[in-house]
Design a protein around this ligand. Structure first.
Ligand code: HEM
Length: 711
């Protein structure tokens, strides 16, 4: 069994192998326990004591093993990414549903059922490598397709628009959002003066800010995020016909978020929350899936919208152009080594394959320069595409030579035209059965000018459309987020300028934010868009996989009714949820009720927290309930679950712990309790009925209309 097969999908069946996985085998070192050597292969006698002159004497320079060991260690770090430094990655495959050959000659989209290996890296943008996962931020969603015609990178985000329209503003934007230069604060947060100063002066950021202040910026899981290519790209057929295209990833688990208070607590309780969630789901065989969809716009319709397709601060509402599903992606293998794979992976918007091309979106054009440029320094020279994770599975043959880290011994000559090389130099234009990339023949004729098109000037209509499309609780969260972020801004003029911009989005929004941060309510703008797009609300993005991988905590103590726990567990795990028993200590608790005996404890309560679960259940059992009601950690667990809007369930006397946790009595035992996600069946529900009610509540994810919610 290979090292790969041992590690992949421990809880599920091993993922099937693909050509990329087999290629990686060539570079994977097997675990070994034989003798230690130097880099030169010389066996070493001792790695615990440096060579010294006398037992208490000075260390000798002659000890090449000591010097090599320290030197290698001294050089172990490489620069982190200038943005998106913190991330987590996984391998998998993309499978095409139907041929898209009538729109693109891209080989990997040309045949139903075709599977293409992929590597995906999710990331936050602002924070450094060691920052917390659950900060309020955009999430990167970058996919490398190892196609038979070369690597195709779809380098997207979980938000479909961007802060700026022109890449020349990217350094300004990043300097503003990153930690401030004098004191390098704050880490992993946009709630500071320079970010809001920049945005308030750059109204094109308003639409993106609406998304950033929404719950999209605090996802429950990478597995529950949409992804977007953001820009309008171009599909090109074999005959050279172009079609504008926007890319969408839709998670089968639905789009779900944390609430802000929960996200902040999670950042302390488990800074690796999203990374761990992805890793554990794959190890357990619960492979996350997304559907890839495209919005297609014929070239003749380029100017038929009230926004410019080349403006990355705009979406094409799905109600105008539906998203056509084209395939699905499954992530089924964790990397073997974080540094070698997730850290060294290099995505680049300019990595395209025949059939996929660019448009003149000025943000995209700048990106097409920036990624390769930054990777030259981050990955130490021009040969990083030879690193295992970056290697195409397609043949590589070119005249590039030398440079740091060259791994290949090339034969012959490397120039063209060439009469001496005997076929060794690479010839452009030769297909050899594979598609050849030919740039789309777009007619371009214009004056050299530094200016934006008039069609890029409407910065507010789609920001207003986003606001109009939100449910009441989503709007409430947006107001609270603006209040939090701007409340951290010291400059009053920045606060005022920002609420002034919001007055173009919605008068109530601007007034509510202004009230919360102590500045005068601005005059609402004269004409504000009333458009809406229902596809934008998370209310309408619940997914198709029910409660798969949702985590339910069962609080237990000596005297817990183990029969109830098993009945609930059986019912919920059958639907794909994960049920864990938490008690004060690891080991077992004495069980009562039908299941007399012991009940295994999965996690010790002091090592966990409510924010790491999606729901809580307190089973029956007089003695256990008395213990739990007197345990501040258990009571806090229940109270926090309630205040974060998540389902809270209790059987029999377990309801006492809910009351002890200050849940409104009318809800704990009232008729309308299920409407608020409080599931007790008046204390008389059977475990199976309760499990079903809990499953239904988990599907709804949060109960945002409860009294006394936090965040
Ligand atoms: C639509 C707007 C943008 C999106 C969706 C986007 C997305 C991403 C993503 C997902 C990553 C992380 C890739 C990874 O996981 O390794 C990334 C990194 C990066 N982005 Fe962007 N970005 C955008 C705009 C820009 C612009 C305008 C620039 C510069 C002109 C830029 C420069 C960079 C750089 C330099 C990195 C680090 C790459 C590396 O070190 O490998 N991005 N971006």
């Amino acid at each position: 069994m290979s090292a790969h097969q041992e590690s992949a999908g421990r809880g599920g069946s091993p993922a099937p192998r693909d050509v990329k996985d087999e290629q990686l085998d060539r570079f994977r070192a097997a675990p070994r326990s034989d003798a230690l050597t130097t880099d030169q292969g010389v066996r070493v006698d001792d790695t615990d004591n440096a060579l010294r002159a006398g037992a208490r004497g000075p260390t000798l320079l002659e000890d090449f093993h000591n010097r090599e060991k320290l030197t290698h260690f001294d050089h172990e770090r490489i620069p982190e990414r200038v943005v998106h430094a913190r991330g987590a990655g996984a391998y998998g495959y993309f499978e095409t549903y139907d041929s898209l050959a009538d729109h693109t000659c891209a080989d990997f989209l040309s045949e139903a059922g075709r599977r293409t290996p992929v590597f995906v890296r999710f990331s936050t943008v602002q924070g450094p490598r060691g920052s917390a996962d659950t900060v309020r931020d955009v999430r990167g969603f970058a996919t490398k397709f190892y196609t038979r015609e070369g690597n195709y990178d779809l380098v997207g985000n979980n938000i479909p628009v961007f802060f700026i329209q022109d890449a020349i503003k990217f350094p300004d934007f990043v300097h503003a959002v990153k930690m401030e230069p004098h004191n390098e604060m704050p880490t992993g947060a946009s709630a500071h003066d320079t970010f809001w100063d920049f945005c308030s002066l750059q109204p094109e950021s308003t639409h993106m800010l609406m998304w950033l202040m929404s719950d999209r910026a605090i996802p429950r899981s990478f597995r529950m995020m949409q992804g977007f290519g953001v820009h309008t790209f171009r599909f090109v057929t074999a005959e050279g016909r172009g079609t504008f295209v926007k890319f969408h990833w839709k998670p089968l688990l639905g789009v779900h978020s944390q609430v802000w208070d929960e996200a902040q607590i999670t950042a302390g309780r488990d800074p690796d929350f999203h990374r761990r969630d992805l890793w554990e789901a794959i190890e357990a065989g619960a492979y996350p899936e997304w559907e890839l969809g495209v919005q297609l716009v014929p070239e003749k319709d380029e100017f038929s919208f009230d926004f410019d397709l080349l403006d990355a601060t705009k979406i094409i509402p799905e109600e105008l152009v539906p998203v056509r599903p084209v395939g699905r992606m499954v992530l089924n293998r964790n990397p073997h080594n974080f540094f070698a794979e997730t850290e060294q992976v290099a995505f680049h918007t300019a990595n395209v394959v025949p059939g996929i091309d660019f448009t003149n979106d000025p943000l995209l054009q700048g990106r097409n320069f920036s990624y390769l440029d930054t990777q030259l320094i981050r990955l130490g020279g021009p040969n990083f595409s030879q690193l295992p994770v970056n290697r195409p599975v397609a043949d590589v043959h070119h005249n590039h030579r030398d440079g740091f880290g060259q791994q290949v011994i090339h034969p012959g000559t490397n120039y063209f035209p060439n009469s001496l090389g005997g076929g060794c130099p690479a010839h452009a234009g030769a297909g050899g059965g594979r598609g050849v990339f030919r740039h789309y023949a777009e007619k371009v004729d214009g004056d050299k000018i530094r200016m934006r098109s008039e069609s890029f000037q409407d910065h507010y209509s789609q920001a207003a459309m986003f606001w109009n499309s939100m449910s009441d609780w989503e709007q409430r969260h947006i107001v609270e987020a603006f209040r939090f972020e701007l409340g951290k801004v010291n400059s009053v003029q920045v606060r005022e300028r920002m609420t002034g911009n919001l007055a173009h989005v919605n008068g109530d929004l601007a007034a509510l934010v202004a009230e919360g941060i102590g500045v005068p309510a601005p005059q609402p703008a004269d004409s504000i868009s009333t458009a809406s797009s229902p596809a934008l609300s998370q209310e309408n993005l619940r997914g198709t996989q029910g409660i798969r991988t949702r985590k339910v905590a069962v609080l237990a103590a000596d005297g817990t009714d183990a029969g109830q726990v098993e009945a609930v567990r059986e019912r919920l795990t059958a639907k794909g949820a994960i049920v864990e028993v938490l008690a004060a200590r690891d080991g077992t608790v004495q069980a009562a009720g039908n299941g007399n005996g012991t009940l295994s404890v999965d996690r010790a309560l002091p090592t966990m927290a409510s924010v790491l679960y999606d729901a809580v259940l307190v089973p029956d059992g007089k003695e256990a309930v008395t213990t739990l009601a007197a345990d501040p950690a258990a009571v806090r667990f229940v109270e926090e679950t309630y205040r974060h809007g998540k389902p809270v369930a209790a059987l029999g006397e377990g309801t006492r712990v809910l009351t002890e946790a200050n849940l409104p009595e009318a809800l704990v035992l009232g008729e309308s309790a299920p409407d608020y996600g409080i599931l007790t069946g008046n204390g008389t529900a059977s475990p199976a009925d309760l499990a079903d009610a809990l499953a239904a509540a988990l599907e709804l994810h949060r109960f945002p209309h409860r009294p006394g919610l936090l965040g």
